[in-house]
Ligand binder design. Sequence first.
Ligand code: CMC
Length: 430
Amino acid sequence: MPADTLTIIDNRTGKQYEIPVENDTIRAMDLRQIKVNSGDFGLMPYDPGFTNTAACKSRITYIDGDAGILRYRGYPIDQLAEKSTFLEVAYLIYCGELPTRDQLSHWIQQITTHTLLHENTKKFMDGFHHDAHPMGMFISTIAGLSTFYPEAKNIFETDVRRKQIYRLVAKVPTVAAFAFRHLVGMPYSYPDNDLTYAGNFLNMLFKKTEVKYQPNPVLERALEVLFILHADHEQNCSTSSMRLVGSAQTDPYSSLAAAAAALYGPLHGGANEAVLLMLQEIGSKDRIPDFIKRVKGGEGRLMGFGHRVYKNYDPRARIIKETADQVFEVTGRNPLLDIAIELERIALEDEYFVKRRLYPNVDFYSGIIYQAMGFPTEMFPVLFAIPRTIGWLTQWEEMLLDDDQKIGRPRQVYLGSDERDYVAMHLRAH
Ligand code: CMC
Protein backbone atom coordinates (compact mmCIF):
# COMPACT_ATOMS: atom_id res chain seq x y z
CA MET A 1 0.00 0.00 0.00
CA PRO A 2 1.52 3.41 -0.93
CA ALA A 3 2.60 5.35 2.16
CA ASP A 4 1.00 8.65 1.17
CA THR A 5 -2.58 7.44 1.31
CA LEU A 6 -5.46 7.40 3.70
CA THR A 7 -7.47 4.21 4.14
CA ILE A 8 -11.14 4.77 4.79
CA ILE A 9 -13.56 1.99 5.71
CA ASP A 10 -17.21 2.92 5.25
CA ASN A 11 -18.97 1.08 8.05
CA ARG A 12 -22.30 1.53 6.26
CA THR A 13 -21.15 -0.75 3.46
CA GLY A 14 -17.94 -2.37 4.72
CA LYS A 15 -16.13 -1.02 1.61
CA GLN A 16 -12.56 0.21 1.83
CA TYR A 17 -11.08 3.17 -0.07
CA GLU A 18 -7.52 4.42 -0.60
CA ILE A 19 -7.35 8.20 -0.83
CA PRO A 20 -4.10 9.95 -1.87
CA VAL A 21 -2.58 12.36 0.67
CA GLU A 22 -0.61 15.32 -0.69
CA ASN A 23 0.76 18.20 1.40
CA ASP A 24 -1.09 16.75 4.41
CA THR A 25 -4.42 17.16 2.64
CA ILE A 26 -6.89 14.94 0.86
CA ARG A 27 -8.98 16.15 -2.05
CA ALA A 28 -12.60 16.58 -1.01
CA MET A 29 -13.66 15.26 -4.44
CA ASP A 30 -11.94 11.94 -3.64
CA LEU A 31 -14.66 11.39 -1.01
CA ARG A 32 -17.41 11.50 -3.62
CA GLN A 33 -16.72 7.91 -4.68
CA ILE A 34 -17.84 6.80 -1.19
CA LYS A 35 -21.49 5.84 -1.65
CA VAL A 36 -23.99 3.49 -0.06
CA ASN A 37 -25.48 2.69 -3.46
CA SER A 38 -24.83 3.83 -7.01
CA GLY A 39 -27.66 6.40 -6.93
CA ASP A 40 -26.05 8.22 -3.97
CA PHE A 41 -24.51 11.66 -4.40
CA GLY A 42 -21.40 10.55 -2.49
CA LEU A 43 -19.72 11.68 0.70
CA MET A 44 -18.96 15.38 1.31
CA PRO A 45 -17.04 17.11 4.10
CA TYR A 46 -19.21 19.45 6.22
CA ASP A 47 -17.20 22.45 7.41
CA PRO A 48 -19.11 25.61 8.30
CA GLY A 49 -16.73 28.54 8.66
CA PHE A 50 -14.08 26.56 6.70
CA THR A 51 -12.31 25.73 9.96
CA ASN A 52 -10.42 22.79 8.47
CA THR A 53 -10.69 23.22 4.71
CA ALA A 54 -7.84 24.43 2.49
CA ALA A 55 -9.43 26.22 -0.47
CA CYS A 56 -6.19 27.01 -2.28
CA LYS A 57 -2.46 26.46 -2.48
CA SER A 58 -0.58 29.67 -1.74
CA ARG A 59 3.01 30.89 -1.68
CA ILE A 60 2.43 34.31 -0.14
CA THR A 61 1.97 34.31 3.64
CA TYR A 62 2.82 31.67 6.22
CA ILE A 63 1.24 31.54 9.67
CA ASP A 64 1.95 29.02 12.41
CA GLY A 65 -0.81 29.82 14.86
CA ASP A 66 0.50 27.61 17.65
CA ALA A 67 3.98 29.10 17.53
CA GLY A 68 2.80 32.69 16.90
CA ILE A 69 4.71 32.96 13.58
CA LEU A 70 3.83 35.22 10.65
CA ARG A 71 5.99 35.48 7.52
CA TYR A 72 5.50 37.21 4.18
CA ARG A 73 7.23 35.23 1.40
CA GLY A 74 9.36 33.60 4.10
CA TYR A 75 10.50 36.80 5.82
CA PRO A 76 9.55 37.08 9.53
CA ILE A 77 7.12 39.91 10.26
CA ASP A 78 9.27 41.38 13.03
CA GLN A 79 12.26 41.80 10.66
CA LEU A 80 10.09 43.48 8.04
CA ALA A 81 8.46 45.76 10.64
CA GLU A 82 11.86 46.78 11.94
CA LYS A 83 13.84 47.16 8.70
CA SER A 84 11.52 47.66 5.75
CA THR A 85 9.08 50.21 4.38
CA PHE A 86 5.47 49.57 3.43
CA LEU A 87 6.02 49.91 -0.32
CA GLU A 88 9.02 47.57 -0.20
CA VAL A 89 6.90 45.02 1.69
CA ALA A 90 4.09 45.53 -0.83
CA TYR A 91 6.58 44.72 -3.62
CA LEU A 92 7.77 41.66 -1.73
CA ILE A 93 4.22 40.41 -1.22
CA TYR A 94 3.21 40.97 -4.83
CA CYS A 95 6.42 40.00 -6.66
CA GLY A 96 7.65 37.32 -4.26
CA GLU A 97 11.18 38.67 -3.70
CA LEU A 98 12.73 41.72 -2.07
CA PRO A 99 13.33 44.33 -4.80
CA THR A 100 16.67 45.59 -6.04
CA ARG A 101 17.16 49.35 -5.74
CA ASP A 102 16.01 49.86 -9.36
CA GLN A 103 13.00 47.58 -9.02
CA LEU A 104 11.92 49.43 -5.89
CA SER A 105 12.23 52.88 -7.44
CA HIS A 106 10.26 51.73 -10.50
CA TRP A 107 7.55 50.27 -8.23
CA ILE A 108 7.36 53.45 -6.12
CA GLN A 109 7.28 55.60 -9.24
CA GLN A 110 4.41 53.56 -10.74
CA ILE A 111 2.40 53.80 -7.54
CA THR A 112 2.98 57.47 -6.89
CA THR A 113 1.91 58.45 -10.41
CA HIS A 114 -1.53 56.97 -9.72
CA THR A 115 -2.39 58.62 -6.41
CA LEU A 116 -4.86 61.17 -7.83
CA LEU A 117 -8.55 60.36 -8.17
CA HIS A 118 -10.67 61.30 -11.14
CA GLU A 119 -12.38 64.58 -10.18
CA ASN A 120 -15.82 63.00 -10.58
CA THR A 121 -15.02 60.66 -7.71
CA LYS A 122 -15.22 63.66 -5.40
CA LYS A 123 -18.73 64.37 -6.62
CA PHE A 124 -20.13 61.05 -5.60
CA MET A 125 -18.20 61.11 -2.33
CA ASP A 126 -19.77 64.51 -1.66
CA GLY A 127 -23.19 62.91 -2.04
CA PHE A 128 -22.78 60.95 1.19
CA HIS A 129 -24.50 62.20 4.33
CA HIS A 130 -22.27 64.46 6.44
CA ASP A 131 -21.76 61.78 9.11
CA ALA A 132 -21.51 58.79 6.75
CA HIS A 133 -19.31 56.01 8.10
CA PRO A 134 -16.01 56.29 6.20
CA MET A 135 -15.85 52.52 5.69
CA GLY A 136 -19.20 52.63 3.88
CA MET A 137 -17.82 55.47 1.75
CA PHE A 138 -14.61 53.55 1.13
CA ILE A 139 -16.35 50.36 0.02
CA SER A 140 -18.74 52.19 -2.31
CA THR A 141 -16.06 54.42 -3.79
CA ILE A 142 -13.75 51.50 -4.54
CA ALA A 143 -16.63 49.71 -6.27
CA GLY A 144 -17.37 52.96 -8.14
CA LEU A 145 -13.81 53.13 -9.46
CA SER A 146 -14.55 50.13 -11.69
CA THR A 147 -16.75 52.45 -13.76
CA PHE A 148 -13.78 54.75 -14.44
CA TYR A 149 -11.55 51.89 -15.62
CA PRO A 150 -13.75 49.58 -17.70
CA GLU A 151 -10.66 47.91 -19.19
CA ALA A 152 -10.06 46.42 -15.73
CA LYS A 153 -12.43 43.60 -16.59
CA ASN A 154 -9.75 42.17 -18.92
CA ILE A 155 -8.33 40.33 -15.96
CA PHE A 156 -6.27 37.83 -17.97
CA GLU A 157 -4.19 40.56 -19.67
CA THR A 158 -1.05 40.87 -17.59
CA ASP A 159 -0.40 44.56 -18.31
CA VAL A 160 -3.99 45.56 -17.64
CA ARG A 161 -4.01 43.62 -14.40
CA ARG A 162 -0.72 45.14 -13.27
CA LYS A 163 -2.00 48.65 -13.99
CA GLN A 164 -5.08 48.15 -11.81
CA ILE A 165 -2.81 46.92 -9.03
CA TYR A 166 -0.73 50.11 -9.24
CA ARG A 167 -3.89 52.16 -9.34
CA LEU A 168 -5.55 50.47 -6.41
CA VAL A 169 -2.50 50.53 -4.13
CA ALA A 170 -2.00 54.20 -5.04
CA LYS A 171 -5.60 55.31 -4.72
CA VAL A 172 -6.80 53.56 -1.55
CA PRO A 173 -5.08 56.11 0.74
CA THR A 174 -6.62 58.95 -1.29
CA VAL A 175 -10.12 57.45 -1.09
CA ALA A 176 -9.64 56.81 2.64
CA ALA A 177 -8.37 60.33 3.30
CA PHE A 178 -11.21 61.92 1.31
CA ALA A 179 -13.74 59.89 3.33
CA PHE A 180 -12.07 61.19 6.49
CA ARG A 181 -12.11 64.83 5.32
CA HIS A 182 -15.78 64.44 4.39
CA LEU A 183 -16.50 63.13 7.91
CA VAL A 184 -14.74 66.02 9.63
CA GLY A 185 -16.02 68.63 7.17
CA MET A 186 -12.68 69.72 5.73
CA PRO A 187 -11.80 70.33 2.07
CA TYR A 188 -10.08 67.42 0.37
CA SER A 189 -6.30 67.56 0.48
CA TYR A 190 -4.61 66.30 -2.68
CA PRO A 191 -1.73 63.80 -2.74
CA ASP A 192 1.83 65.04 -2.36
CA ASN A 193 4.01 62.61 -4.27
CA ASP A 194 7.25 63.92 -2.72
CA LEU A 195 6.25 62.20 0.49
CA THR A 196 6.39 58.54 1.45
CA TYR A 197 3.27 56.37 1.21
CA ALA A 198 2.45 56.91 4.91
CA GLY A 199 3.68 60.53 4.89
CA ASN A 200 1.46 61.40 1.95
CA PHE A 201 -1.49 59.72 3.64
CA LEU A 202 -0.94 61.90 6.74
CA ASN A 203 -0.73 64.91 4.42
CA MET A 204 -4.09 64.09 2.83
CA LEU A 205 -5.65 63.58 6.26
CA PHE A 206 -4.26 66.40 8.35
CA LYS A 207 -2.97 69.18 6.06
CA LYS A 208 -4.55 72.51 6.88
CA THR A 209 -3.44 75.84 5.40
CA GLU A 210 0.31 75.25 5.33
CA VAL A 211 1.90 75.32 1.85
CA LYS A 212 3.71 72.02 2.37
CA TYR A 213 2.74 69.46 4.99
CA GLN A 214 5.63 67.96 6.97
CA PRO A 215 4.67 64.67 8.60
CA ASN A 216 6.01 63.97 12.06
CA PRO A 217 8.70 61.29 11.38
CA VAL A 218 7.75 59.20 14.43
CA LEU A 219 4.07 59.08 13.46
CA GLU A 220 4.96 58.49 9.82
CA ARG A 221 7.16 55.52 10.76
CA ALA A 222 4.52 54.19 13.18
CA LEU A 223 1.96 54.24 10.39
CA GLU A 224 4.41 52.46 8.05
CA VAL A 225 4.88 49.75 10.68
CA LEU A 226 1.13 49.39 11.18
CA PHE A 227 0.71 49.16 7.40
CA ILE A 228 3.41 46.46 7.19
CA LEU A 229 1.72 44.43 9.93
CA HIS A 230 -1.65 44.55 8.18
CA ALA A 231 -0.49 43.90 4.60
CA ASP A 232 -1.54 40.26 4.32
CA HIS A 233 -2.80 37.47 6.52
CA GLU A 234 -3.45 34.50 4.22
CA GLN A 235 -6.98 33.11 3.87
CA ASN A 236 -8.99 35.22 6.32
CA CYS A 237 -12.60 36.29 5.76
CA SER A 238 -11.89 39.32 3.55
CA THR A 239 -9.15 37.62 1.49
CA SER A 240 -11.40 34.62 0.94
CA SER A 241 -14.13 37.06 -0.16
CA MET A 242 -11.70 38.62 -2.64
CA ARG A 243 -10.84 35.20 -4.02
CA LEU A 244 -14.46 34.05 -4.10
CA VAL A 245 -15.84 37.12 -5.84
CA GLY A 246 -12.79 37.23 -8.11
CA SER A 247 -13.34 33.58 -9.04
CA ALA A 248 -16.43 34.72 -10.95
CA GLN A 249 -13.95 36.78 -13.06
CA THR A 250 -15.31 40.01 -11.61
CA ASP A 251 -13.07 43.08 -12.08
CA PRO A 252 -10.57 43.85 -9.28
CA TYR A 253 -12.33 47.04 -8.07
CA SER A 254 -15.64 45.26 -7.48
CA SER A 255 -13.87 42.25 -5.96
CA LEU A 256 -11.85 44.49 -3.67
CA ALA A 257 -15.00 46.33 -2.57
CA ALA A 258 -16.42 42.93 -1.54
CA ALA A 259 -13.24 42.14 0.40
CA ALA A 260 -13.43 45.52 2.15
CA ALA A 261 -17.08 44.85 3.02
CA ALA A 262 -16.05 41.60 4.69
CA LEU A 263 -13.30 43.45 6.56
CA TYR A 264 -15.85 45.96 7.89
CA GLY A 265 -17.48 43.36 10.19
CA PRO A 266 -16.73 43.62 13.94
CA LEU A 267 -15.40 40.05 14.07
CA HIS A 268 -12.78 40.96 11.45
CA GLY A 269 -11.26 44.39 10.68
CA GLY A 270 -14.07 46.22 12.45
CA ALA A 271 -12.73 44.75 15.71
CA ASN A 272 -10.27 47.64 16.20
CA GLU A 273 -13.20 50.07 16.28
CA ALA A 274 -15.12 47.71 18.59
CA VAL A 275 -12.12 47.49 20.96
CA LEU A 276 -12.06 51.26 21.39
CA LEU A 277 -15.80 51.40 22.05
CA MET A 278 -15.38 48.57 24.56
CA LEU A 279 -12.51 50.32 26.39
CA GLN A 280 -14.50 53.56 26.50
CA GLU A 281 -17.51 51.71 27.86
CA ILE A 282 -15.41 50.05 30.58
CA GLY A 283 -14.12 53.53 31.40
CA SER A 284 -11.91 52.72 34.40
CA LYS A 285 -9.74 49.89 35.68
CA ASP A 286 -11.98 49.09 38.64
CA ARG A 287 -14.81 48.16 36.26
CA ILE A 288 -12.76 45.50 34.44
CA PRO A 289 -13.63 42.53 36.72
CA ASP A 290 -17.35 43.18 36.20
CA PHE A 291 -16.83 43.42 32.43
CA ILE A 292 -14.87 40.14 32.36
CA LYS A 293 -17.62 38.47 34.38
CA ARG A 294 -20.21 39.58 31.84
CA VAL A 295 -18.12 38.29 28.92
CA LYS A 296 -17.71 34.94 30.66
CA GLY A 297 -21.46 34.88 31.23
CA GLY A 298 -21.99 35.11 27.47
CA GLU A 299 -22.78 38.86 27.33
CA GLY A 300 -20.62 39.90 24.37
CA ARG A 301 -16.97 39.21 23.67
CA LEU A 302 -13.69 40.63 24.77
CA MET A 303 -12.98 42.43 21.51
CA GLY A 304 -9.40 42.28 20.25
CA PHE A 305 -8.97 38.86 21.85
CA GLY A 306 -8.97 35.46 20.18
CA HIS A 307 -8.13 34.37 16.70
CA ARG A 308 -9.10 31.50 14.44
CA VAL A 309 -5.48 30.69 13.68
CA TYR A 310 -3.33 32.15 16.48
CA LYS A 311 -3.64 30.08 19.60
CA ASN A 312 -0.63 31.84 21.04
CA TYR A 313 0.20 35.56 21.22
CA ASP A 314 -0.46 37.26 17.85
CA PRO A 315 3.06 38.44 16.79
CA ARG A 316 1.54 41.61 15.33
CA ALA A 317 0.04 42.57 18.70
CA ARG A 318 3.49 42.41 20.31
CA ILE A 319 5.01 44.77 17.69
CA ILE A 320 2.04 47.14 17.93
CA LYS A 321 2.45 47.38 21.70
CA GLU A 322 6.06 48.51 21.18
CA THR A 323 5.00 51.00 18.50
CA ALA A 324 2.44 52.45 20.92
CA ASP A 325 5.19 53.61 23.28
CA GLN A 326 6.95 55.51 20.46
CA VAL A 327 3.70 57.17 19.36
CA PHE A 328 2.76 58.20 22.89
CA GLU A 329 6.09 59.99 23.29
CA VAL A 330 4.86 62.36 20.58
CA THR A 331 1.12 62.45 21.20
CA GLY A 332 1.00 61.94 24.95
CA ARG A 333 -0.26 58.73 26.52
CA ASN A 334 -3.73 57.56 25.62
CA PRO A 335 -5.43 56.92 28.98
CA LEU A 336 -7.24 53.93 27.45
CA LEU A 337 -3.87 52.15 27.29
CA ASP A 338 -3.88 51.62 31.06
CA ILE A 339 -7.31 50.02 30.85
CA ALA A 340 -6.16 47.83 27.94
CA ILE A 341 -3.00 46.68 29.73
CA GLU A 342 -4.95 45.82 32.87
CA LEU A 343 -7.65 44.09 30.82
CA GLU A 344 -5.00 42.00 29.09
CA ARG A 345 -3.33 41.12 32.41
CA ILE A 346 -6.58 40.01 34.01
CA ALA A 347 -7.75 38.07 30.95
CA LEU A 348 -4.44 36.24 30.53
CA GLU A 349 -4.69 34.99 34.12
CA ASP A 350 -8.32 33.97 33.83
CA GLU A 351 -9.07 30.29 33.30
CA TYR A 352 -11.84 31.06 30.76
CA PHE A 353 -9.40 32.76 28.36
CA VAL A 354 -6.45 30.47 29.16
CA LYS A 355 -8.49 27.31 28.48
CA ARG A 356 -9.74 28.65 25.15
CA ARG A 357 -6.30 29.96 24.23
CA LEU A 358 -7.53 33.52 23.72
CA TYR A 359 -4.75 36.09 23.42
CA PRO A 360 -4.67 39.72 22.25
CA ASN A 361 -4.82 39.96 18.46
CA VAL A 362 -3.69 42.71 16.08
CA ASP A 363 -6.75 44.82 16.84
CA PHE A 364 -6.32 45.01 20.60
CA TYR A 365 -3.73 47.80 20.65
CA SER A 366 -3.94 49.30 17.15
CA GLY A 367 -7.04 51.41 17.91
CA ILE A 368 -5.38 53.01 20.92
CA ILE A 369 -2.54 54.19 18.68
CA TYR A 370 -4.90 55.39 15.96
CA GLN A 371 -6.91 57.38 18.49
CA ALA A 372 -3.76 59.00 19.89
CA MET A 373 -2.77 59.95 16.33
CA GLY A 374 -6.07 61.82 15.93
CA PHE A 375 -8.24 59.34 14.04
CA PRO A 376 -11.90 59.01 14.96
CA THR A 377 -12.90 55.39 15.69
CA GLU A 378 -14.90 55.11 12.45
CA MET A 379 -11.63 55.44 10.51
CA PHE A 380 -10.03 52.37 12.10
CA PRO A 381 -11.34 49.70 9.70
CA VAL A 382 -10.42 51.99 6.79
CA LEU A 383 -6.86 52.16 8.12
CA PHE A 384 -6.81 48.36 8.02
CA ALA A 385 -8.12 48.24 4.44
CA ILE A 386 -5.37 50.48 3.00
CA PRO A 387 -2.41 48.14 3.57
CA ARG A 388 -4.50 44.98 3.13
CA THR A 389 -5.19 46.06 -0.46
CA ILE A 390 -1.85 44.65 -1.69
CA GLY A 391 -2.55 41.38 0.11
CA TRP A 392 -6.02 41.09 -1.43
CA LEU A 393 -4.70 41.85 -4.92
CA THR A 394 -1.80 39.42 -4.68
CA GLN A 395 -4.08 36.65 -3.46
CA TRP A 396 -6.57 37.50 -6.22
CA GLU A 397 -3.89 37.25 -8.91
CA GLU A 398 -2.56 34.01 -7.44
CA MET A 399 -6.10 32.60 -7.64
CA LEU A 400 -6.57 33.78 -11.25
CA LEU A 401 -3.33 32.16 -12.42
CA ASP A 402 -3.85 28.89 -10.55
CA ASP A 403 -5.02 26.11 -12.88
CA ASP A 404 -6.59 24.28 -9.92
CA GLN A 405 -9.03 27.15 -9.29
CA LYS A 406 -12.55 27.49 -10.62
CA ILE A 407 -15.53 29.58 -9.67
CA GLY A 408 -16.09 29.20 -5.92
CA ARG A 409 -19.26 27.34 -5.18
CA PRO A 410 -19.69 25.51 -1.86
CA ARG A 411 -22.14 22.67 -1.40
CA GLN A 412 -24.87 22.46 1.22
CA VAL A 413 -26.52 19.78 3.33
CA TYR A 414 -30.18 20.23 2.47
CA LEU A 415 -32.42 19.62 5.49
CA GLY A 416 -35.57 21.39 4.25
CA SER A 417 -38.94 20.02 3.16
CA ASP A 418 -39.23 17.25 0.62
CA GLU A 419 -41.27 17.96 -2.50
CA ARG A 420 -44.85 19.10 -1.77
CA ASP A 421 -47.70 20.57 -3.79
CA TYR A 422 -48.62 24.25 -3.82
CA VAL A 423 -51.57 25.04 -1.51
CA ALA A 424 -54.05 27.75 -2.59
CA MET A 425 -54.37 30.70 -0.16
CA HIS A 426 -57.95 29.89 0.93
CA LEU A 427 -56.95 26.33 1.88
CA ARG A 428 -54.00 27.34 4.13
CA ALA A 429 -54.32 27.12 7.92
CA HIS A 430 -54.62 30.55 9.62
N1 CMC B 1 -14.19 36.87 24.03
C1 CMC B 1 -14.79 35.88 24.73
N2 CMC B 1 -14.89 34.62 24.34
C2 CMC B 1 -14.35 34.32 23.14
C3 CMC B 1 -13.69 35.27 22.34
C4 CMC B 1 -13.63 36.59 22.83
N3 CMC B 1 -13.01 37.54 22.11
N4 CMC B 1 -13.28 34.69 21.21
C5 CMC B 1 -13.64 33.41 21.29
N5 CMC B 1 -14.28 33.18 22.46
C6 CMC B 1 -14.79 31.90 22.96
C7 CMC B 1 -16.07 31.49 22.27
O1 CMC B 1 -17.21 31.95 22.97
C8 CMC B 1 -15.95 29.98 22.28
O2 CMC B 1 -16.26 29.54 23.59
P1 CMC B 1 -17.05 28.13 23.80
O3 CMC B 1 -16.10 27.08 23.29
O4 CMC B 1 -17.33 28.05 25.25
O5 CMC B 1 -18.29 28.23 22.95
C9 CMC B 1 -14.46 29.74 22.09
O6 CMC B 1 -13.81 30.92 22.61
C10 CMC B 1 -14.05 29.54 20.63
O7 CMC B 1 -14.55 30.66 19.90
P2 CMC B 1 -15.00 30.62 18.39
O8 CMC B 1 -15.98 31.73 18.15
O9 CMC B 1 -15.42 29.22 18.04
O10 CMC B 1 -13.62 30.92 17.67
P3 CMC B 1 -13.46 31.36 16.16
O11 CMC B 1 -12.15 30.84 15.74
O12 CMC B 1 -14.66 30.98 15.37
O13 CMC B 1 -13.45 32.95 16.26
C11 CMC B 1 -12.76 35.18 16.39
C12 CMC B 1 -12.33 33.74 16.11
C13 CMC B 1 -11.60 36.12 16.07
C14 CMC B 1 -13.92 35.54 15.47
C15 CMC B 1 -13.17 35.30 17.87
O14 CMC B 1 -12.09 34.98 18.72
C16 CMC B 1 -13.73 36.68 18.21
O15 CMC B 1 -14.92 36.93 18.03
N6 CMC B 1 -12.87 37.63 18.74
C17 CMC B 1 -13.32 38.97 19.01
C18 CMC B 1 -13.33 39.79 17.73
C19 CMC B 1 -11.93 40.14 17.27
O16 CMC B 1 -11.10 40.58 18.04
N7 CMC B 1 -11.68 39.97 15.96
C20 CMC B 1 -10.41 40.31 15.34
C21 CMC B 1 -9.69 39.11 14.86
S1 CMC B 1 -7.98 39.44 14.41
C22 CMC B 1 -8.01 40.54 13.08
C23 CMC B 1 -8.88 40.18 11.94
O17 CMC B 1 -9.10 39.02 11.61
O18 CMC B 1 -9.38 41.10 11.33
